[in-house]
Design a protein around this ligand. Structure first.
Ligand SMILES: Nc1ncnc2c1ncn2[C@@H]1O[C@H](COP(=O)(O)OP(=O)(O)OP(=O)(O)O)[C@@H](O)[C@H]1O
Length: 298
């Protein structure tokens, strides 16, 4: 069986709102990042792939299985939603046991899987704590454990690092990386750093459309020669922001070092080209596709 997800011309409408518009993607084994700002359609795509709601058009095959075979798809898929919650007064180990019962697992298998997974997500020492006593990062790790309980081939995680401190975010990303060694992991996020640190392949979404997909390194290449820095008197900032897509600003006394993306040489004395970071490349991708209204609210 082929270890990939094939998404062809997929659309999803909520009444008159088109949340997915002709989406074409191929997602293979390993970590795949889905990057887009709020409202881009990431959650809608994640839920569609997890067979949690039907698409309006197109075809999806998960490791060869059509998405319409919901029972099979759900048995192959683990899903960690954006708003993950478990019963607050249940103990960590009881949660997994309970979910194992719901999945029809035998007592012996539940015990074996729960113990293995709690060790994997570093919660074994906290297994007797109540869910409400866990930190945000621990809850997210419990979320991964529950999503992996039935050994899915595909793991879908929706904005998992929002609200985590940097240490927990790194720990969580590393955990996903380990999990992705032998399955497809899709990570949706609006945090560019999450993609940069953990994904080889990614896609950029905006307003329900895929703007770009490929190897993350290629997104960086596309922004080469398009990123600039200049240091100006801070009073010129509004003017610069009205002309260019600014990706960074550092105040230095009365002056500000500005970083921006621009296709072609900017009409600014002292502007110098610099190497793109992934954040610059992402903004350049939005800019190139006409998704950024410079000087406007976007
Ligand atoms: N149940 C719904 N009914 C109507 N519109 C919806 C529904 N769910 C989502 N939408 C709309 O579809 C679009 C895509 O939403 P979606 O939640 O998929 O985006 P997202 O990229 O996950 O954003 P966020 O990071 O804010 O969750 C948005 O315009 C949203 O308002």
């Amino acid at each position: 069986m082929d270890d990939k997800i094939e998404i062809r011309k997929v659309s999803k409408r909520y009444g008159s709102k088109t949340a997915l518009d002709n989406v074409d993607l191929t997602i293979g084994k390993g970590m795949f990042g889905l990057l887009g700002r709020n409202g881009a359609g990431k959650t809608t795509l994640m839920k569609t792939l997890a067979a949690l709601h039907p698409k309006s058009g197109g075809t999806i095959r998960v490791c060869g299985v059509p998405i319409e075979d919901r029972k099979k798809i759900r048995s192959m898929t683990g899903y960690l939603p954006q708003e993950f919650s478990m019963y607050p007064t249940m103990r960590v180990d009881e949660c997994l046991d309970y979910l194992g019962i719901l999945s029809g697992m035998s007592k012996a298998l539940r015990k074996e899987r729960a113990e293995m997974l709690l060790k994997k997500v570093n919660l074994y020492g906290h297994r007797q704590k109540k869910v409400k006593e866990l930190s945000g990062g621990m809850k997210r790790r419990l979320g991964i454990a529950q999503a992996l309980l039935h050994e899915p081939k595909v793991l879908i995680v929706d904005e998992p690092t929002a609200g985590l401190d940097p240490e927990e975010r790194i720990r969580f990303r590393n955990l996903l990386g380990e999990v992705a060694e032998d399955r497809i992991v899709i990570l949706s996020t609006h945090i560019v750093g999450d993609i940069e640190a953990s994904c080889e392949m990614a896609a950029v979404m905006n307003e329900g459309k895929i703007l770009w997909t490929g190897n993350v390194k290629d997104l960086l290449h596309e922004a080469e020669g398009k990123v600039w820095t200049v240091t100006v008197e801070s009073r010129f900032l509004p003017q610069i922001k009205s002309l260019y897509s600014v990706t960074g600003m550092v105040m230095q006394g009365s002056q500000t070092a500005v970083r921006f993306v621009h296709d072609g040489a900017p009409d600014l004395t002292g502007a110098a080209q610099t190497d793109p970071g992934l954040e610059d490349a992402y903004i350049f991708c939005l800019f190139k596709n006409g998704c950024i209204d410079i000087g406007g609210e976007d």
